[in-house]
Design a binder for this molecule. Structure first.
Ligand code: NDP
Length: 264
């Protein structure tokens, strides 16, 4: 029997997930197919998932918190942060996982001596990364446009600010987890703040992939060591694919096949 998977998001047309997962399925003769689904209303996630007869799915912006709400059971790291990016149909029950944070740790493996991190944004990805960084013993600052989403991070005892009360520090790494630059040409904060931040960090990472965002371009212009979200995407994808295939394929093989899809 063929298995069916999809990614839910809005926008979703930019997503490379179908290419990545289908590369694994096709190259390894695994009987499965992965599509993309534009979902406007996050509260319709569960009914859409089952109406499409899916065996599993990924969830991207802006539905990862709705995905958490939709699950019958949430497992592992996703439970700690209330954010789900991978869904599995387990005998008609919707099971949620989060593979973003481990995917990101894989991506920044080559950045050395990271101690102080500034996270731009306070959405689902920021939650996943901040929680992971704290578990890794790193010092985390959060900067977000609005106050509302900062409450979660204040409860974790992290240093939080909005654009209005931001005070610069020295960072080892700055990560853009906002969606600024995804479907527009916005910076994640006003230019003068971003300039100051980039003048005070060694490394820069953007969660967005497939384009050079204005933020990443500015970092490149300043000759900083930086990377876009492609490796993070690969890392979270490998872990999601393991779940989709019920651990029948080993991680290194999945990674090797998925990497090929980045050449298409
Ligand atoms: P959410 O919708 O949960 O959060 C978005 C965040 O971005 C919020 O903090 C929001 O601030 C902020 N934001 C949105 N627009 C702007 C703007 N114009 N200026 C400043 N801040 C803004 O999104 P996710 O956390 O799910 O995803 C965020 C990004 O990360 C997306 O671009 C997504 O594609 C990318 N991503 C990449 C992955 C990869 O594998 N490479 C994995 C996961 C995510 P506010 O609270 O003020 O609204």
């Amino acid at each position: 029997m063929h298995k069916f998977f999809s990614i839910f998001g809005n926008p979703v047309s930019h997503s490379r997930s179908p290419l990545m997962h289908n590369a694994v399925f096709k190259n390894l003769n695994y009987k499965a197919c992965y599509t993309r689904t534009l979902l406007q209303d996050g509260t319709k996630l569960k009914e859409t998932f089952f109406a499409l007869g899916l065996d599993g799915a990924n969830v991207t912006v802006p539905h990862k918190e709705s995905a958490y709400e939709a699950c019958d059971e949430v497992r592992g790291f996703a439970k700690k942060i209330g954010v789900v990016n991978t869904l599995i149909n387990e005998n008609g029950k919707l099971i949620g996982y989060n593979t973003d944070a481990d995917g990101f740790m894989y991506a920044i493996n080559e950045f050395k001596n990271i101690k102080n991190i500034l996270v731009l944004g306070a959405g689902g990805t920021a939650k996943a990364l901040a929680q992971k960084f704290v578990e890794e013993g790193l010092h985390v600052n959060i900067l977000n446009r609005n106050q509302a989403r900062l409450a979660y991070f204040q409860n974790l005892d992290l240093e939080c600010s909005t654009w209005d009360d931001f005070v610069i520090q020295k960072y080892d790494l700055v990560v853009n987890t906002t969606s600024a630059g995804l479907g527009d040409e916005n910076l994640p904060a006003p230019k003068e703040i971003i300039d100051t931040i980039l003048n005070n960090t060694r490394y820069v990472a953007d969660a967005i992939y497939g384009k050079v965002t204005p933020f990443l371009q500015l970092a490149k212009d300043k000759q900083l060591t930086c990377k876009d979200g492609a490796d993070m995407l690969l890392g979270q994808g490998v872990l999601a694919n393991e779940l989709f295939c019920n651990f029948e394929i080993d991680k290194e093989t999945i990674k090797k096949e998925m990497q090929k899809s980045f050449l298409y």
